[in-house]
Ligand binder design. Structure first.
Ligand SMILES: N[C@@H](CCC(=O)N[C@@H](CS)C(=O)NCC(=O)O)C(=O)O
Length: 241
């Protein structure tokens, strides 16, 4: 069986889980501890980032885009990368934007939000970390760090992301999928990064609905988060396991 090495709350790992579910591929998860656990990842894959997969033939693949292309080639159920060149180009351009510009803006926003919110900060720690240590992290006096970090983070990048996502939200009012009329890598990549702004059901009860207040409380983004929840529901619902 295929093994996915992951960090529980990584958007790139969620992207791969979504791709695996869309192709109805059975897999097992190996949670990796940030830092120490990445030494093993480096040994097996030659780099330290997650996600990484190990397939039935002991082949190791890293990078979510490469992994998704590999997953898509495994069977013909729900092609994630459209065959028609124009649609393929559209899907890949959206995937690339989600994985780069969007990913870094979402990460900045989440870091900022978690500096200000104790609950969010401890819920994001890996499950294996004992509660006693989580409590210490909860009580760290991070308010001053928060002020310093705000001075370094560019608030502009957050506003630009909000504007683009508002357009996307509007564009998706009468549309189920971003490219043509089928689920593609474009939908999965955007939906996965949105998890950092407002955690979906698949992030578990402690995180579901939490995230970055300026996105969660923006009424123009309601439709986008509903669209994301529908995609999650469709991929992760019991009858699609
Ligand atoms: N381009 C990579 C990015 C993966 C990535 O940034 N992974 C993060 C987790 S979200 C990571 O492993 N960070 C730990 C590190 O860089 O040491 C992909 O698409 O898989």
């Amino acid at each position: 069986m295929l093994t996915l090495y992951q960090f529980r709350h990584s958007a790139f790992c969620l992207k791969v889980r979504m791709a695996l579910h869309s192709k109805k591929i059975i897999y097992k998860i190996q949670e990796v501890t940030p830092g120490i656990g990445q030494i093993e990842i480096f040994k097996i894959s030659g780099q330290k980032q997650l996600p990484v997969i190990l397939d039935e033939n002991n082949q190791i693949i890293s990078d979510s885009s490469t992994i998704c292309e590999y997953i898509d080639s495994k069977n013909n159920h729900h092609k994630l990368f459209p065959e028609e060149p124009y649609l393929l180009a559209q899907a890949k351009l959206i995937e690339d934007w989600a994985d780069t510009t969007m990913a870094s803006a979402c990460k900045n926003s989440l870091i900022n939000a978690s500096l200000e919110n104790n609950d969010l900060r401890s819920a994001l720690l890996p499950d294996e970390i004992p509660n006693s240590i989580k409590e210490i992290v909860d009580n760290l006096p991070l308010q001053n760090i928060s002020k310093i970090s705000k001075a370094f983070l560019k608030p502009k990048s957050n506003l630009e992301l909000q504007k683009i996502l508002e357009s996307l939200s509007k564009a998706l009012i009468n549309k189920k999928f971003l490219v043509n009329d089928n689920l593609s890598i474009a939908d999965i990549s955007i939906a996965a990064q949105l998890s950092l702004l407002k955690f979906p059901r698949s992030s578990g009860p402690f995180l579901e609905g939490k995230g970055c207040p300026e996105f969660i409380n923006n009424p123009y983004l309601d439709n986008l988060f509903i669209w994301r929840d529908n995609i999650e529901e469709y991929l992760f619902s019991a009858n699609n396991q």
